[in-house]
Design a binder for this molecule. Structure first.
Ligand SMILES: Cc1ncc(COP(=O)(O)O)c(C=O)c1O
Length: 380
């Protein structure tokens, strides 16, 4: 059987890329393969943990097309994807460079599991001129996010990838916040892209999954450990993920338009100390973001003024729901000091500028007027 080739237009590829041309009785949707047992007397032994059922293959091809990679794997969570990267590209004693302020779960993996096993790490401030001095003989990878969670800091991706390549170091980017609709790091020179597909790829706050995208050779390097670590998704969840991907472009475009308008409005609203959003002219990351993003994404952060009670503000919201995760069609809000960054020490949070008044807003697809009104009445 043959699969549909990417058209190069993301709107079309969200719906069609990688779909299998199936006999007429199956209709237009990929059937859900529920089997975990297959006839072994063939060249290609299938088993769900080997990532080679029909549902695995269709979704992987689609995600690879969206990110502009040759190959992809869908993992059981974003952390499943990150774990496979570190365990595949590094040995104990090897060294990796991590952007300052990465997602708290990534730092917890590094500090709680990898460092005790002898993996070594340095923290990078995100300035390209300060990167080369951190590279050692045993540096194997550089891991960045852009924009970062939660303060939406922007890293110059093309410069990072260029330095990594010159030094023979693998460049890895967590593209969860931007999605390929707003940013395609492989085109900017990155070797490997990962996602918490729990977020925009899933998009409806009802899936836990991850993704890895790169060249075929890079994905082949990761595949054995993804399989060994047991990081695989079942057919039902893969089907839901494929269904969600069909609307990725329309969701993210609408969410991004809402976020840009809300960030601009919050920026001049009484009661708001500061807004972090790369789409604002005043944002320190704006110039770099303009050069590497197509739309600035649908996540933003803001800090309430010191005289505002964060609990009272959250209690007063009627549409926007306090929630730990992000990127659903519904708008959600959270305090990173109690969620993504709760495991950091108070000193570390203070250094990053994250306190209980910092709110991370995941902007949904609701009517902009309703979202604005909700924030307005809660701010009083
Ligand atoms: C930027 C980022 N990367 C990775 C992860 C981890 O993904 P998951 O929760 O799907 O394991 C998260 C989760 O919030 C995230 O926000």
């Amino acid at each position: 059987m043959s699969s549909k080739r990417p058209s190069g237009h993301l709107d079309t590829d969200c719906i069609h890329a990688g779909a299998e041309a199936l006999p007429a009785p199956f209709g237009v949707n990929t059937p859900i393969v529920t089997s975990s047992a297959f006839d072994y007397r063939q060249d290609h032994v299938r088993y769900p943990r080997y990532h080679n059922t029909l549902n695995h293959e269709v979704v992987a091809r689609r995600i690879a097309a969206l990110e502009g990679g040759e190959a992809a794997m869908v993992t059981a969570s974003g952390m499943g994807a990150i774990s496979a990267i570190f365990f595949s590209l590094m040995q104990p004693g090897d060294h990796a460079i991590l952007l300052d302020g990465l997602y708290g779960g990534t730092m917890d993996l590094v500090e709680g599991l990898l460092a005790p096993l002898g993996f070594r790490f340095s923290i990078w401030n995100g300035q390209p001129e300060d990167l080369p001095v951190l590279i050692e003989e045993r540096t194997r990878l550089i891991h960045v996010e852009s924009p970062t969670n939660p303060l939406m800091r922007v890293v110059d991706l093309a410069a990072t990838a260029r330095i990594a390549r010159e030094q023979g170091v693998v460049s890895v980017v967590d593209n969860t916040f931007a999605t390929p609709i707003c940013q395609r790091p492989i085109e900017l020179g990155f070797d490997l892209v990962m996602h918490s597909a729990t977020k925009y790829f899933g998009g409806h706050s009802d899936l836990l999954c991850g993704a890895l995208i790169g060249s075929s050779a890079m994905i082949d390097r990761l595949r054995p450990n993804v399989i060994r670590l047991g990081s695989s998704l079942n057919g039902q969840d893969l089907y839901l993920l494929e269904r969600s991907l069909k609307t990725l472009a329309v969701r993210v475009e609408r969410q991004t338009a809402n976020a840009q308008a809300l960030a601009t409005w919050l920026h001049s609203r009484d009661g708001i100390d500061r807004v972090h959003y790369p789409g604002l002219d005043s944002d320190p990351g704006h110039a770099v973001a303009r050069g590497q993003m197509h739309g600035f994404g649908a996540m933003l952060a803001f800090r309430l003024d010191d005289d505002r009670d964060p609990e009272a503000f959250l209690d007063a919201l009627r549409i926007i729901q306090p929630a730990v995760s992000l990127a659903g069609v519904e708008s959600t809000i959270g305090q990173p000091s109690y969620t993504s960054h709760a495991k950091l020490s108070a000193e570390e949070r203070a250094r990053l500028g994250i306190d209980e008044r910092v709110m991370r807003l995941s902007v949904g697809i609701e009517a902009l007027a309703d979202l604005k009104h909700d924030l307005d009445q809660a701010l009083g």
